[in-house]
Ligand binder design. Structure first.
Ligand SMILES: NC(=O)c1ccc[n+]([C@@H]2O[C@H](COP(=O)([O-])OP(=O)(O)OC[C@H]3O[C@@H](n4cnc5c(N)ncnc54)[C@H](O)[C@@H]3O)[C@@H](O)[C@H]2O)c1
Length: 314
């Protein structure tokens, strides 16, 4: 049993991580600031799932509060799963200062306290957005980082801080590059959530661009598995994706079929900052971490649609 800090613990991925860590008898402390980027009520419901658990403690606050981070981490924290961020490509084009502060400065605040209090390992949630412009596909970890959004640039910055702190101080660090994550409790601003709600109401589904952009959609259980694998092995950077890609148009058609919907697709102007393609080469994670993809896109979509019907439509 270890004492583990999960930053951004009330968010989508953070709350799934807490679930798993508590089920494995770890002591979990979570910090979250209930940022209003999306409805904080969703985040409060996520955290309510664990309130009262004897191994769980929640602290409302910001990772930018260095004194607070110091107090939390000095209290015996051994591992950190860093999920707090200003996520979202499009919002970063509108206001690049916010992701820069949270994802860049926030990362530094955490690293400073982690080094000072000799944390055993820090696992940083990075993103496929670090790749940006396609030089070749699928992206392996050596593919150049040419982000096409301020958000992607902040994730490159955070990865460098994590690497540099490892090199200077010898602290074990890892960056996991997640590829478009979906599943129950997912962020409401992501396409799978929007398409599913539109399809269940038989409303038009808007696609930005001509629908030929592709994404490596990764079901949440695979992401959590990847995180568990790196607690005790691995170093550096790993892609954590499904290893397959699907076009946005095909994604919308799959959702329409699963929901038995009469929704029509309509095509809008493409959005600035959106990468053309993402597709993970997961061979490094398979080889070094024994990472496996348990739930693929079709099965994951069915699970997700069932969850949406249960929570929002019944
Ligand atoms: N969901 C995806 O598809 C995806 C893909 C690649 C990478 N990621 C990364 O995974 C991590 C988790 O993403 P998510 O999808 O769960 O997003 P999320 O928005 O649900 O969770 C992140 C949480 O961090 C919180 N936060 C923001 N600023 C904070 C601060 N100063 N102090 C404390 N908490 C703060 C936010 O309120 C938010 O709820 C992020 O680093 C994100 O960039 C996510």
């Amino acid at each position: 049993m270890s004492r583990i800090l999960v930053t951004g613990g009330a968010g989508f991925i953070g709350s799934h991580l807490i679930d798993r860590l508590l089920s494995e008898d770890h002591e979990v402390v979570a910090i979250h600031n209930f940022d209003p980027y999306y409805d904080p009520e969703i985040k409060r419901k996520n955290i309510a799932l664990f309130q009262g658990h004897p191994n769980f403690r929640f602290i409302e606050g910001s990772i930018l509060d260095r004194g607070l981070m110091d107090r939390i981490i000095s209290d015996g924290v051994e591992y950190i799963f860093h999920e707090a961020a200003q996520a979202g490509v499009r919002v970063s084009v509108e206001n690049p200062f916010k992701p820069h502060e949270i994802n860049g400065t926030g990362m530094l605040c955490l690293l400073e306290s982690a080094v000072k209090h000799r944390v055993k390992k820090l696992i940083n949630a990075s993103s496929s957005s670090v790749y940006g412009t396609v030089v070749y596909l699928p992206f392996d970890e050596r593919h150049p980082n040419i982000p096409v959004s301020p958000y992607g640039a902040t994730k490159v910055l955070a990865e460098h801080y994590v690497r540099v702190y490892h090199e200077i101080y010898g602290m074990k660090t890892i960056s996991l590059r997640y590829f478009t994550v979906f599943g129950p409790r997912m962020r409401p601003d992501l396409a799978i959530n929007i398409f599913t709600h539109k399809a269940l109401k038989n409303e038009e589904i808007e696609i930005f661009g001509d629908g030929t952009k592709t994404r490596d959609f990764t079901f949440i259980s695979n992401i959590i598995e990847g995180n568990m694998k790196v607690m005790h092995k691995g170093t550096g950077v790993y892609n954590i994706g499904s290893g397959k890609r699907c076009s946005i148009r095909e994604l919308a058609e799959k959702i329409i079929e699963i929901t038995d919907s009469r929704s029509k697709l309509i095509f809008k102007e493409p959005v600035k900052g959106d990468a053309m393609h993402t597709w993970a080469d997961i061979s490094k994670a398979k080889k070094e971490l024994d990472y496996r993809v348990d739930v693929g896109l079709d099965e994951g979509l069915k699970k997700y649609v069932e969850w949406v019907i249960e929570t929002d439509f019944s």
